[in-house]
Every structure is written in C-alpha cells, then in structure tokens.
Design a protein around this ligand. Structure first.
Ligand code: XIL
Length: 348
C-alpha cells in the first residue's frame, strides 16, 4: 500500500513535470507580434527567403505565428520570375502566396521595377542596342501587367518602383530612365493600376528616413504624382539602419508624406551591428527597432511595419555590408533577441 502510494505520487509528479516541460516548449509565453499589431490595425510583416521557407520548420512556424504580412525577399523580382526570355516561372512566389493564404497573412508585392532586379538577358539586350525605346517601354508595360495580373487580389500592395533616387535626390540612372525618361515612373503606376485597380501602389526607397535631399526629392515627386491624379497610394520607408539611433525626425518625416493623403509603411527594417555584437549593441539595436514601431503607431496613415527577415540565420547583411551582421529579431540559434522583445513591448 505504502509502496503503491509512493509510486503513484512519483508517477504523478513525473507527469506534472513532463506536462510543464511540454507546456514550456510548446507554448511561447509571448503574445505573437501579429496579435499585438492587430490591436493597432497595422500589419507586422517580414521578408521571406525561399530557402528557409522550403527547408526550415522553425522558420516556417515562427513566420506563421508572429507575422501578419509577408514580402518575398527575392522571389517576385523580375530576374527571378523571368530568368530567361519567355514564360514566367512563378513557382517560388506562388509557394509564398499559398503559405500566406494558409496563415491568413497579407502579401506585400516586391517589386515591379528595380534597377538591380532586371534579368541579365534584358540588361545584355539593352546594352547591345537590341530594343528601340518604344519596344523597351512595351516590354516594361507587359511585365508589370503580367505580374500584377498573375497575383491579382492575393497581393494587397505593390512596390511599383523601388530605389529610383540617388542619395543626392537626383533620379537614379537605369535602363528605364535612360530610355524612357522620368515618365517611366508615372507609366509604371498607371499600368499597375490598370492591371489591378484594388492594389495599393507604393514607391519604396532607403535613406529616406530623415528629412534631407533624398526624401525631399521623393516628397516633391509624390506630391506631383498625386496632383496629376496618378494612382499612387503609399510610400515605403525601407529603414535599413545601423545600431546608432533612428533619425530624430523619422516620425515627422513619415507624417509629412501621410499629410499628402498617402499611406506610409516601414517596409524593410533591420538594424545591422558591427561584429562582434555585445550586449550593449543588442540593447541599442532593440531601441532603434522599437522607436520605429512607435513612430509608425503615432502616424495614423502608417499601415504596416515589416522587417527585412526576422532571423540572423538567414540574413542579407553580412554579404552586403562586410563586417556587419546580427541585424534581426532572432539570433542564429532561433532565440529571441532584445530587439524582438522591444518590438513586442512597443506594440503592447
Ligand atoms: C536584397 C536581398 O535581401 C538579397 O538576398 C539580394 O541578394 C539582393 O536584394 N532593398 C531592397 C531589397 O529593396 O530588395 C533588397 O533585398 C535589400 C535592399
């Protein structure tokens, strides 16, 4: 009898411990970011890489649980959807769209026109003088139309044109500017709108977080487009930062664009650190992330807050900015960083 009592209680204790452990492992104590963002009626998003989406179970479950919007890191760029002249290959982009459908996420389309996104065959043909300007214009029109139509209402917003300015505020030379002049921007918005009148159409750029030559030039352009009745609905602030502070006038800058009757969005946030990152770096990084969330929440036309990848494990930073890294919300071992908790607190 005694023995039986002991063994029963041992079993009971073991069962309780096991249940506790399972509970700890299975149920994150944190409220997911997307649930917190819902309360503010904004989306919280992440760029998504095709590789980890296909191969990493932790990545998939985190993406589904934490985020209410996804942006293809590369899979919707022209050179990926049409690597050779001829039929499009939508497979990787379609996989992301169906993941988003299964997880009740919005899809932010990135991007229709980008100087770095053109397929090599197109760049080579332009360099070889194979197209007249009119043919090139027709090629761009066809591309925008086919891509926007393919995704239809599954994509809620498009970065129609990406990074069209240089840092000094002049328009960036590109095959489009060279052949078609600045009107390629206006035309791109009109074509995208014709292909899906419901999509929100954005212009997206970096180094426009503060008020200065580049953001002023962008401001003048979008004000002009609005006054001409061009279908433009928003401005995307990429917000690739270092772990110094966010520019002090970030919110004021978002607000002046919102005051043009445009939506604004934080589209590609990351905060790179010069390696090795110490605890103080991670704390400053967290503040920069949180400050951007707060600025977005303070501007009623700020409709979404997206990060450019959520994990240090799959980051574009080290190869693009040698010596830098650790720019995201989760570390290389899938643990949440101070930045994750700061974003969570800012949304709470
Ligand atoms: C980057 C991707 O993260 C990389 O994987 C790719 O090699 C190059 O492009 N601004 C943008 C994004 O608008 O499309 C860029 O994405 C990062 C900077």
């Amino acid at each position: 009898m005694v023995r039986r009592t002991i063994s029963t209680s041992v079993v009971a204790t073991f069962a309780a411990l096991t249940a506790g452990a399972v509970l700890l492992a299975a149920a994150p104590s944190q409220t997911p970011l997307r649930e917190l963002a819902d309360a503010h009626e904004i989306a919280v998003g992440s760029a998504v890489g095709t590789g980890p989406l296909d191969n990493d179970a932790f990545y998939r479950s985190t993406l589904g649980r934490e985020f209410s919007s996804v942006t293809a890191e590369n899979a919707m760029k022209w050179k990926f959807v049409q690597p050779e002249p001829g039929p499009y290959d939508w497979s990787a982009a379609d996989d992301l769209v169906s993941f988003a459908e299964q997880h009740d996420q919005r899809v932010y389309g990135h991007t229709l026109v980008w100087h770095q996104g053109s397929p090599q065959w197109l760049v080579d043909a332009v360099e070889a003088g194979e197209y007249t300007d009119e043919e090139l214009r027709e090629l761009l029109r066809t591309h925008i139309t086919e891509q926007v139509r393919h995704f239809g209402t599954k994509v809620w917003a498009w970065d129609v044109v990406n990074e069209v300015f240089e840092d000094d505020g002049s328009l960036r030379p590109s095959i489009w500017l060279d052949a078609l002049g600045p009107d390629y921007i206006t035309d791109s918005f009109r074509w995208a709108h014709q292909a899906n009148p419901e999509a929100k159409l954005f212009i997206n750029d970096y180094n426009i977080e503060w008020i200065g030559a580049k953001s002023d030039a962008l401001y003048d352009l979008v004000a002009d487009l609005k006054s001409q009745g061009v279908p433009i609905h928003g401005v995307g602030f990429q917000t690739h930062r270092t772990n110094r502070e966010l520019p002090a006038d970030y919110q004021e800058n978002l607000q002046r664009f919102a005051d043009l009757d445009l939506d604004v969005a934080v589209t590609e946030m990351d905060v790179r650190i010069e390696l090795p990152a110490d605890d103080a770096d991670l704390e400053t990084q967290a503040e920069v992330y949180a400050d951007a969330v707060q600025a977005c929440l303070a501007v009623s036309r700020c409709v979404s807050y997206s990060v450019w990848g959520f994990s240090d494990k799959y980051s574009w930073i080290p190869s693009t900015f040698p010596g830098y890294g650790a720019g995201h919300l989760y570390d290389e071992n899938d643990a949440t960083k101070p930045a994750y908790h700061a974003v969570s607190d800012a949304l709470s």
